[in-house]
Design a protein around this ligand. Sequence first.
Ligand code: ADP
Length: 201
Amino acid sequence: MGKIIGITGGISSGKSTVTNFLRHRGFQVVDADALVHQLQAPGGRLYNILVEHFGNQVVLKNGQLNRPLLASLIFSNPEEQEWSKETQGQVILEELAALKNQLAQTEAIFFMDIPLLFEQGYESWFDEVWLIYLDRETQIERLMNRDKLSLEAAESRLSSQWSLDKKKKLATHIIDNSGSLDQLLSQIISLLERGEFHERN
Ligand code: ADP
């Protein structure tokens, strides 16, 4: 049996930084955010569902969805958040399950980066869940820098997710990303260097 590892965290906690590193080391990583982008592109399974629900206001002249507008419509309204979680959540689950089953045929070990892994109840899929953790202040600072958001907007994005302290209790391994990039990656290397990974590589 292969090993499937879930990677999660919060927005801007360092998941992509970790998964880029894992890819460089030759591992396959499913990126749930990238999958959602594909599904929301014209012709994707989520595109029509979203246009039907929010109307043409969310369609740009070039036919793509206006993602910042969609995000603000969803994040600013708890009912829309609930709708999105249920409706989009089901389609995303089906598509992620298909990718998981496909990779399980060929890979001894692979990773799935799912930002809302705990919120959406995916933990039973995984042998291990690695949480990319950092203190809230640093998380907000990195989010504001990366996405050019105001403090208020950054806090509102964070408030739609469970706190990293809550997720800490549920994860198999906690990877601290409050420090430098080297400190982050050395924790990943230690986890990869455990015997079980050597046997399978
Ligand atoms: P996520 O994928 O979880 O949203 P990212 O990997 O994009 O998070 O990281 C968020 C931001 O923080 C990015 O701009 C990234 O370059 C930066 N970052 C990540 N880890 C560190 C670190 N240890 N030190 C400084 N900046 C970091």
